[in-house]
Write a protein that binds this ligand. Sequence first.
Ligand SMILES: [Zn+2]
Length: 176
Amino acid sequence: MKKVLALRSIQIGGKRLYLAPWTDGASFQKNVIKKVSTWIKLVDVPHSYWTREGLKHIASAVGLPLSLDKQTATLNPMKYAGVLVEIQYDCAYPKAVWVPVIDDETGEVVKIRVGIDYSSVPQSCSFCRAFGHYDSRCEKNPSYVKPPAKEKAPQKNKGKEKEKDVAGGPVEKTRL
Ligand SMILES: [Zn+2]
């Protein structure tokens, strides 16, 4: 359980769940989640980067690398490497990083593009500086318009209601 909580958020059936350790008196606020972990794919990683350090180095362009998926952990070069990273609310979600590689033929350093795919981009808010909702849904956003409250059902038998009011008189306060 502790391990799950350390991830801070998990995905179940396409929905992201935010987790926080339960402490006495703590209220669960989704606005205070500053970091979440998410899987990313590093596409076309050069062979020389297929080491734990190499993959971590590339993934750190996105966030803090936490672990490699099972296939990637074998360090056999494949089409992509799966890495779990911890990202901050203001993650830039770069689509690619360029890594220096020594060209076998010329011996010169060339830059190779490594693509980055995101399994999901969690909602985040720049007003709250946290995950959990979008700017457009934030009450701190000056241009946020609160959805109208449900309209009250039209009152029926208004006359009757009034009659009842009169008959009932002022509501008595009840001590609890
Ligand atoms: Zn917000």
